[in-house]
Design a binder for this molecule. Structure first.
Ligand code: FAD
Length: 440
C-alpha cells in the first residue's frame, strides 16, 4: 500500500519547504504570500525550530541590515509583552519569551495561506537527473510521497540536501564543531537585585566568573567552562539561561545527540543548583524547563554553487548577485569545541571585534550561495548555509536566518512565475524587491 502511494506521486504542490524553523517559516510565508501553493513540513510539534523548541535566548539581528519579516516580528513580540524592553537593544538584541513566539508563527504562517504539516519528517527524496521530483514524508499515516516544482531545505542540518546527494562540510578540519548548549528557563529570579549586588564586583560577569569555580568544586558541573553566557531577563522574574556547553558532542548521529541532550539537561540542572546556592537574587529560583531539543550551533554546511568565505565578510565584499545585506568587517561568534584555554582564546579573539563599534561596511550574500550544486530546483540556507565555519558563526543568528528564508521563498515564487528553475531566474527583479523590503 505504502509502495503504491509512493509510486504514483499523485499529490503535487508547487513548493515544498522542509523544516519549519525561522528560515523555513519565512520562506514558506514569502512564497505563499505570492499566491503559491506551499507545503511546509516540520518534524516537531511547533514552528520556530531552535528559536522556540531550543528556547533560544534573543532575536539577534544586525542593527543596519534587518528587513522583511524580522522588524514586524520584533514589534509584535513587544506588543504581546513577550520581551522585557529594559533589556533589549533596538532590533539587534531582543530577548523574548518562547510561547508567544510559537503562537505568532502559527498565526503568521496560516494567515499567509501556507499548508502546514507538523509531526512530519522528510525521510527520502526522488531525484530525476538534476531535478528533485518528490520527497517522502513520514508521519502518523505512514509514508507518503509528494511531488513539487521547487524545494527549499530549511532543516538546519541540511537533511533534505544530503538525501538529495549534496556535498557538505562539518566543523573544523578535524571535524570538531561548536559545542551545543541546553537552554533553560528559571522563574522567581530577582535580576535587579542581582545586578545591584554585582556592582561592587565590577558588574554581573565579574561576580559570576568569580563564583563559577564553586560550581565545579561542589560537583554541580563536571568541568570549568570559561564561556558561560548565563541568564538573561525575559519577563517578570523569568530568565532564560544559556546553561554552559556540552563539550565533545556528536550532533550528527542519533546516539550522539541522545547522549549530548541528556548531558545538556544535567548541566542545566547543575547550573540551577549553583545559581540558587551562590548567586544573589536566585535564592528562590524555580527551575521551569529546558528546551525540548538541544541547542545545536553547528552541523553540516551544505556546499552550494558559491561558498561564502570569512574573508568576504572581512572585506565587506558585495557580489553582483547579492540578495541579502549583512554586517561586514572582522568578527564572528564561533563557540569553542572544548573547554581548553586555547579553544576559548580562539573564540574570544574572533568574537571581540563584534563588541566594538561597527564601522565597517555592509557585505552581501550572493544568490548562488543558496543554490544546490547538484539539483536545479533546490534552494538551501539557514544554519546549514554554504559558508565556511567562521562566517556561518555570524550568519546563523535568527535575524539573518529570517532574511535568508524570505529570499528563498521569493526566489522560488519568481521561478514559478518565470517558468524557469531557480538557478535561471532574472536576478534584477529579485534584487529590486529585496531592496524595497530592506533585506538587500
Ligand atoms: C544554544 C544556542 C543559542 C543561540 N542563541 C541565539 C540567540 O540568542 N540569538 C539568535 O539570534 N540566534 C541564536 N542562536 C542561533 C539560532 O537560534 C539558530 O541558528 C537559528 O534559529 C537556526 O534557524 P534555522 O531555521 O536555520 O534552523 P532550525 O532552527 O534548526 O530549524 C530547522 C527545523 O527543521 C526541522 N527539521 C529538521 N529535519 C527535518 C526533517 N527531516 N523533516 C522535517 N523537518 C525537519 C527541525 O525540527 C527544525 O524545526 C543560538 C543557537 C544555539 C544552538
Amino acid at each position: 500500500m505504502v509502495t503504491e502511494r509512493m509510486a504514483d506521486l499523485s499529490r503535487r504542490v508547487s513548493i515544498i519547504v522542509a523544516g519549519g524553523g525561522l528560515t523555513g517559516a519565512c520562506a514558506a510565508m514569502a512564497a505563499a504570500q505570492k499566491g503559491k501553493d506551499v507545503l511546509l513540513v516540520e518534524r516537531s510539534g511547533m514552528l520556530g525550530g531552535l528559536a522556540t523548541s531550543g528556547l533560544m535566548t534573543a532575536l539577534i539581528a544586525s542593527g543596519r541590515c534587518f528587513g522583511g519579516y524580522g522588524p514586524e516580528f520584533v514589534r509584535e513580540l513587544h506588543r504581546r509583552g513577550a520581551t522585557d524592553p529594559a533589556h533589549c537593544r533596538g532590533h539587534s538584541w531582543v530577548p523574548y519569551q518562547n510561547e508567544p513566539m510559537k503562537r505568532l508563527l502559527d498565526e503568521k504562517v496560516l494567515a499567509a495561506g501556507v499548508d502546514l504539516l507538523l509531526y512530519t519528517s522528510v525521510v527520502q527524496v526522488r531525484k530525476e537527473g538534476r531535478r528533485l521530483a518528490g520527497i517522502v514524508l513520514a508521519n502518523q499515516e505512514g509514508l507518503e510521497e509528494i511531488a513539487a516544482d521547487v524545494f527549499i531545505d530549511a532543516t538546519g542540518d541540511g537533511i533534505l540536501s544530503v538525501l538529495a546527494g549534496e556535498d557538505f562540510e562539518c566543523g573544523d578540519p578535524d571535524g570538531r564543531t561548536q559545542a551545543p548548549t541546553m537552554v533553560a528557563y528559571y522563574a522567581d529570579v530577582d535580576m535587579d537585585r542581582c545586578f545591584r549586588e554585582a556592582e561592587p564586583y565590577g558588574g554581573f560577569y565579574p561576580l559570576l566568573n568569580g563564583l563559577l569555580p564553586l560550581a565545579v568544586r561542589d560537583g554541580f558541573i563536571p568541568e570549568p567552562d570559561p564561556h558561560h553566557p548565563g541568564p538573561f531577563p525575559i519577563g517578570d522574574g523569568l530568565v532564560v539561561v544559556n546553561a554552559g556547553h556540552v563539550f565533545g558532542a556528536d550532533c550528527l548521529s542519533g546516539r550522539g545527540l541522545t547522549d549530548a541532550t541528556i548531558r545538556g539537561r544535567k548541566l542545566a540542572y547543575g547550573y540551577y543548583q549553583f545559581y540558587k546556592k551562590y548567586v544573589p537574587g536566585f535564592e528562590k529560583a524555580v527551575f521551569v524547563t529546558t528546551g525540548s531539543v538541544l541547542g545545536v550551533r553547528e552541523t553540516r554546511r551544505i556546499l552550494g554553487r558559491h561558498v561564502l568565505r570569512y574573508q568576504d565578510k572581512v572585506d565587506c565584499r558585495r557580489f553582483e548577485d547579492g540578495v541579502m545585506g549583512y554586517d561586514g568587517g572582522p568578527g564572528s561568534d564561533v563557540h569553542a569545541s572544548s573547554a581548553s584555554p586555547g579553544d576559548y582564546e580562539a573564540y574570544a579573539d574572533l568574537y571581540k571585534p563584534l563588541q566594538e563599534e561597527h564601522t565597517s561596511g555592509i557585505a552581501t550574500l550572493p544568490y548562488r550561495t543558496l543554490l544546490a550544486r547538484h539539483a536545479d530546483n533546490l534552494l538551501v540556507a539557514g544554519r546549514c548555509l554554504s559558508a565556511d565555519r567562521k562566517v556561518q558563526g555570524h550568519l546563523r543568528v535568527i535575524g539573518y536566518c529570517m532574511m535568508m528564508g524570505q529570499v528563498m521563498g521569493l526566489a522560488a515564487a519568481q521561478s514559478l512565475d518565470e517558468g524557469k528553475a531557480p538557478d535561471a531566474i532574472g536576478i534584477r527583479p529579485l534584487q529590486a524587491e529585496l531592496q524595497d523590503l530592506g533585506i538587500l
